[in-house]
Design a protein around this ligand. Structure first.
Ligand code: ZN
Ligand code: ZN
Ligand code: ZN
Ligand code: ZN
Length: 375
């Protein structure tokens, strides 16, 4: 029986807050600021008087109103990192139902306590809160709350007029129950303060409903380590376990020796040696990583405004070292297929037949390849 073709899951954040934020933003509306306006009640950073006494900021405002931390003397990242925990402690105290949903989520505390971000919290955020924040909490509760927020929150956006503005991270307690798969069976959108999860293929009763904590566009070599680093798990999905990445060869290199595009990991182990399936040549994982990072930085250094012929040469050069459907080649091709048809001198009515055919070829290539990794 297909149980979930038409029903959406809708969820609302229990809390939204900055996440190790070094940008100077307003704590109410998250507008980036050149100059800060210190809240006249608590002295924390807002953009203007209009953002005083509004729902988001008023939570922490009452706990700092007597102590008024001096924003220029306290580390900006310390102040911003304390805001989401303070807002979550408030939920724990004031909203039993929401807290019951939040409290069942994973915190990975034991592993987190051993990591570097935790040292930052212990050395700066915890002492800052103890000194300035007049909120009742135990250290155990604070640590659990931070663990839950770091494990489960997602990047959040607000629509302000026509502009979509990143507003830190949000913890959505129902959405957070979904596990990750790089070949997941749902998509989500964020609109009007709600996250809506929709099935993208029919999901059978008993099947796991999965989402993505991280986008699929990077190859395994760069994508997989992020799961361990940010969410403390190794992804065991079909793509991560397949050295060819479901035949997409998203990380496959041209062999250093025979130049065939057949150099990829021997096994699904993250640190596995890489073996050329044409000539048997072996390279280490770090050699493969080094070359991948070098080409990724070349792509980031390339200007979007460069003319299409320069992009064509760039893609040719990439393909001398990378599999033609390597994720870096695919990112470059995606940019070029967008340039064809929109750039001045290359609008559809101005393009030659050959150029139009090239755009179609790039589109078909992109759709064909991505079909394997997007359900
Ligand atoms: Zn504001
Ligand atoms: Zn305030
Ligand atoms: Zn995976
Ligand atoms: Zn070879």
């Amino acid at each position: 029986m297909t149980i979930w073709q038409q029903n959406d899951i809708k969820d609302r954040p229990a809390v939204i807050g900055p996440f190790d934020n070094s940008e100077l933003v307003c704590l109410e509306c998250y507008k980036p600021m050149e100059e800060l306006y210190p809240c006249s009640i608590c002295s924390l950073p807002l953009c203007s008087k209009d953002c005083e006494n509004k729902p988001r900021h008023s939570i922490e405002c009452k706990y700092f109103k007597n102590t008024k931390p001096n924003f220029t003397e306290c580390e900006r990242s310390t102040i911003y990192s304390s805001i989401a925990p303070i807002r979550m402690l408030e939920i724990q105290k004031e909203n039993g139902y929401i807290w019951s949903l939040v409290n069942r989520l994973e915190d990975h505390l034991q592993e987190r306590r051993r990591g570097e971000p935790w040292t930052f919290l212990q050395e700066t955020v915890f002492p800052f809160m103890e000194k300035y924040c007049e909120q009742d909490y135990s250290l155990n509760d604070l640590e659990r709350i931070i663990g839950i927020f770091r494990t489960n929150s997602v990047k959040w956006e607000d629509k302000v007029g026509l502009e979509t503005r990143p507003v830190g991270h949000a913890l959505c307690p129902v959405f957070s129950v979904l596990c990750h798969s790089c070949v997941n069976n749902t998509r989500y959108t964020i609109e009007d303060g709600l996250i809506t999860v929709r099935a993208c293929i029919p999901i059978q009763a008993g099947d796991e409903i999965t989402t993505q904590y991280r986008g699929p566009n990077d190859g395994n070599i760069l994508r997989r380590p992020d799961f361990k680093k940010n969410w403390l798990f190794d992804c065991s999905c079909v793509r991560c376990q397949d050295p060819t990445e479901l035949g997409t060869h998203s990380s496959t290199l041209k062999c250093f020796k025979c130049r065939e595009p057949t150099l990829y990991p021997r096994t699904s182990d993250l640190e596995s040696e890489w073996e050329c399936r044409s000539c048997g040549d072996i390279v280490t994982h770090s050699q493969a990583l080094e070359i991948t990072l070098r080409f990724e930085s070349l792509l980031y250094g390339k200007l979007y405004s460069d003319p299409p012929p320069s992009w064509e040469i760039f893609i040719d050069d990439l393909e001398k070292y990378l599999h033609p459907t390597h994720f870096i080649c695919m990112k470059a091709k995606r940019l070029l297929l967008q340039i064809y048809g929109s750039r001045d001198g290359y609008t559809l009515d101005k393009m030659s037949k050959e150029q139009l055919e090239r755009k179609i070829q790039l589109c078909n290539n992109y759709i064909g390849k991505q079909a394997n990794i997007y359900k």
